[in-house]
Design a protein around this ligand. Sequence first.
Ligand code: ADP
Length: 580
Amino acid sequence: MLKTFWQYIKQHPVIYGLATFFAIVSSGLTLIPNLIIQRFIDAIVDGALTSENLGIILSIFLISIICIFITDIIWVMTLFGQSYRYQSEMRRKTYKKLLNLRTPFYERFRSGDLMTRMTSDIDYLGDTIGYGFMLIVSNVTWAISILIIMIITTSWKAATVSALPLVLFGYIVYRLWKKIDVLYEDNRDTVAKLSNEVLEMVDGVRVMRAYGKKKLEQTRFEKRTAAVLKKANNLVVYNGAINQIAKLLTGLSTAIGLTYSGYLISQGQMTIGQLIAFQIYLGMLSGAIWGLSDIVLVYQQGNVSFRKIDELLQAEDQLEKNGEETIDAINDIQFNQYMFQYPTNETTTLKQIEFELKRGETLGIVGKTGSGKTTLIRQLLRQYPVSETGTIKINGRFIQEYDMEKLEGLIGYVPQEHILFSKTVGHNIRFGNRHADEIEMAEAIESANFTTDISHMADGLETLIGEKGVSISGGQKQRVSIARALIRKPDLLILDDSLSAVDAKTERAIIDNIRTIRQDKTNIIVTHRLSAVAEADKVLIIDDGAIAEQGSPQELLRSKGWYYTQYMTQQMEVKEDDNI
Ligand code: ADP
């Protein structure tokens, strides 16, 4: 951490130079009032105090206090201003990193943990480079200046004797250092886990209530908070111990200093003015030592947070090796004997996948739940590293040769779980293409069969949909997501079981619209309802990760396999529904 901070400080030499300069000036100035008190008392004792030199003493005293005030304000503001800038720089950097990382990374880190990293960990880092720097500069320069001035103006012997307990303090801090680091990390991780619990509770509160699990969840949460409290208490004990040891040893230092000064006065080696000044210096030195004891805590907290942020910034998802090939259109997709295994799974999820899809065609993918349909789609979206067994080619080139961002720009993806932002309906749709005009917007909404829904909403497109779209129905969420993908006019549209919450008739209408407006573009439709792919050019039946059947819907019906049986069952269900 120190190396990184040093690099940062070197990048801002003016700010940190100014802060250090004014801190040193302030420390020097702080000694002046004390020197004046010493002179003042000695003048009284010697009977040399006149109204003339009293006026001079008072004026210097006042001027020095005003100067201390001004220099303190300058350096504290400079330093803290920079620490806030550092925090915002770190937030931007980590946010950018989070935007670039993909699925394997998000499978390793939980949301609560990431939230803690982005919020309190970055705050602590800012504190360390701001408050920590201030503690070091002010207390170290202050302690050194006080010791020097004590040696010069009072007694070097008394100063040396009084400094001995402080050496002992340094040793104790060194011994406690590692333990405090462990405690901080422990405490921070427990708080991160607690944040996760809260996030999950907020997400799942309706399910918890519906299942009558409110009490159980409350008890679980109480246990977690008790764990946080326990860890925090451990930390308080150690923090308190360091502060108390600092107090004890500075008290000891004062006692030794006073006793020895008394002895020096009796020997005529020290004046009364020097004794009082010495006493005040010792008080100031104690303040500096308490300040230094704070550094241990600020440093340890900063160090733990630094490790957490650094882990994030160094994190890899094995997908960073981005290709460089640019791509303007998707004309041909080819899977060749492609196999895929999730990094966390022991068995292969996709087996010998082989098919070709040409521009303008519509591919249907059907099969049982868990058979591997979404996993197949994820390969095209490059959510995981491309497997080394088999190949995926786009326009005749390996998919991994393309610049990921360019490729993503050509795909409109509608996932199973709809991700909507807590803004207006219009904002969510326009998210697909910010430059779309009103006509394009209306077309996308119409094609997603959403026009009537909007006309029923109180504020139309300006209707707020709440967090994750809580204030609209499941079917409406799906259609907003489809409109968002359509407005993009992507080369490749992928609907991953994204019409499950709308009725068969609406699904049919949307699929027909898509066929009409996207005749020269490619579509992949993953679905459970075979009627949705009845007009597709090709349908893949996936079973246990492999293609069990493939062909046009007519060919599949003729071959009387799984597709045929499933088709007949679904037709019967439709007829039964119609009769009700
Ligand atoms: P489908 O879309 O056909 O319902 P999936 O492609 O989602 O099926 O899942 C296929 C298999 O892969 C399932 O056995 C599932 O448990 C497994 N799987 C899905 N996602 C992951 C993942 N992120 N990590 C490990 N295994 C996964």
